[in-house]
Design a protein around this ligand. Structure first.
Ligand code: ARG
Length: 465
């Protein structure tokens, strides 16, 4: 990174009479972080030059020189030969200045009918559009992993919790598919965000449009945008798409943090429901026995920064007058860090989830504690003719007896149960088993193994839609 020449050599230096303060130059530059959009910047310039030639603003020789020059700049960047300079402020001016060094005057014609304001807005949209595709791919990989694991665990019984207290038995497959559903909504939010961002700002120029006869629809077509932004003032200043993406990202991380929390709890000695393979864990430098669930813990922690980035962007845009303001340069770091954090977290989870080892016996034993089939007994009494509230009361008494005796409902004798309600018969024991309890919840969205099998079949289709 170089920063040693004067303002006279800057692309905008014409009206200035003294060099930019060296600190201010570094302070206002964005090239250190926006260079990651170099491909999109070049792609946008190619389309702009092609369109300018089509409408007769540039001749073919100039266009061809620009296109060839841009190829060379791209090659220099990709082979690590390009020196990014702080004096050239940002990715846009670095590329344009290098182009002009390479091809001379033709390079100076590229910026006709364009401003960095519509240019940067276009670059971010192009960049984010591509990255959303990558995020969706990782999300899909994680969803597939959940489905495969759920398929192996459709019959595995575990306690379902409310208030983190044993509530009713569920199948582990059902629990895994709950995570699938969260991620399914996340994927749909990302797709929505991509649709709304896929509109072209280029042609809005600095803020008011331009006096050249641009064909904006043509540029949009070249760049794969569905439409063009309809108001130039809005187009150069709008960052809704970045906020929407970070909101979707914060939601994904919030989901992953819930998921993480359960993995941390379940891999503890107290729950002991699952084993996370060693390659996803680390040890302690002092306690030799430790195996820590670092991946879920770290993902849980990273949720904080993504939620923070959402608030940063909202606050960045709050009260900004139209149109472009330099404030907007601050959109990139939160956005890029959100992308990096999401991609990393989803990748770690997508790799880890298929390798989760289930301790079925421990899950089963835990489900047998805490009177998980009490609701089933109440439902049985309703089928015997009791109103549900009375049935609830009866079972409450039976549970109190069980607590006193330290025995589950299924371990009581028929006579003991009959003390609470004479209508109870031998067939009650079918509903008091864990297997009977889960099998009874046999409707769409229920935990019965048959339903979970069906949910898995549909999930595979819904993921592809
Ligand atoms: N680096 C700037 C940004 O990220 C590019 C646009 C600059 N425009 C301007 N009028 N100074 O927003």
């Amino acid at each position: 990174m170089s920063n040693n020449s004067d303002s006279k050599s800057k692309l905008w230096g014409g009206r200035f009479s003294e060099a930019t303060d060296a600190f201010v130059q570094a302070f206002t530059a964005s090239v250190e972080f926006d260079q990651r959009m170099y491909r999109q910047d070049i792609e946008g310039s190619r389309a702009h030059a092609t369109m300018l030639c089509k409408v007769g603003v540039l001749n073919e020789d100039v266009r061809d020189a620009i296109l060839r020059g841009l190829d060379q700049v791209q090659q220099e960047i990709e082979s690590g030969k390009c020196i990014w300079s702080i004096e050239r402020e940002d990715v846009h001016m670095n590329i344009e200045a290098r182009l002009t060094e390479l091809i001379g005057d033709a390079g100076k014609r590229l910026h006709t009918g364009r401003s960095r304001n519509d240019q940067v807005a276009t670059d971010i949209r192009l960049y984010l559009r591509e990255q959303i595709g990558l995020v969706i791919n990782e999300l899909r990989r994680l969803q597939s992993g959940l489905i495969s694991l759920a398929e192996q665990e459709v019959d595995t019984i575990m306690p379902g919790f409310t208030h983190l207290q044993v509530a009713q038995p569920v199948t582990f497959g059902h629990h895994l598919m709950a995570w699938f559903e969260m991620l399914q909504r996340d994927a749909s939010r990302l797709q929505d965000c991509r649709t709304r961002l896929n509109v072209l700002p280029l042609g809005s120029a600095a803020l008011a449009g331009t006096s050249y006869p641009l064909d904006r629809q043509y540029t949009a077509k070249l760049l794969g945008f569905d439409d063009v932004c309809r108001n130039s003032l809005d187009a150069v200043s709008d960052r809704d798409f970045a906020i929407e993406f970070c909101a979707a990202g914060a939601m994904i991380m919030t989901h992953l943090s819930r998921f993480s929390e359960e993995l941390v709890l379940w891999s503890s000695a107290q729950f002991n429901f699952i084993n996370l393979p060693d390659r996803f864990c680390t040890g302690s430098s002092i306690m030799p026995q430790k195996k820590n669930p670092d991946v879920p813990e770290l993902v849980r922690g990273k949720t904080g920064r993504v939620n923070g980035h959402l608030v940063s962007l909202l606050t960045l845009m709050k009260s900004q007058p139209l149109a472009y303001n330099k404030d907007n340069q601050e959109d990139k770091e939160p956005l890029f860090d959100t992308l990096d954090t999401l991609l990393g977290s989803l990748r770690a989870f997508a790799d880890m989830v298929p390798a989760i080892q289930t301790k079925k016996e421990n899950m089963y034993r835990a489900a047998k504690q805490g009177f998980a089939t009490a609701t089933d007994l109440a439902d049985y009494l309703v089928r015997c003719g009791l109103p549900f509230r009375d049935a609830h009361e009866v079972v409450g008494k039976a549970v109190a007896f069980g607590v006193e005796q330290n025995r589950d409902l299924a371990d009581m004798t028929l006579d003991e149960l009959k003390q609470f309600c004479a209508k109870i018969e031998q067939d009650v024991f079918k509903v008091l088993t864990l297997e009977g309890s889960v099998a009874a919840r046999n409707h769409i969205g229920g935990t019965a193994p048959a339903q979970v099998r069906q949910a898995i079949v549909e999930a595979r289709k819904r993921m592809k839609a």
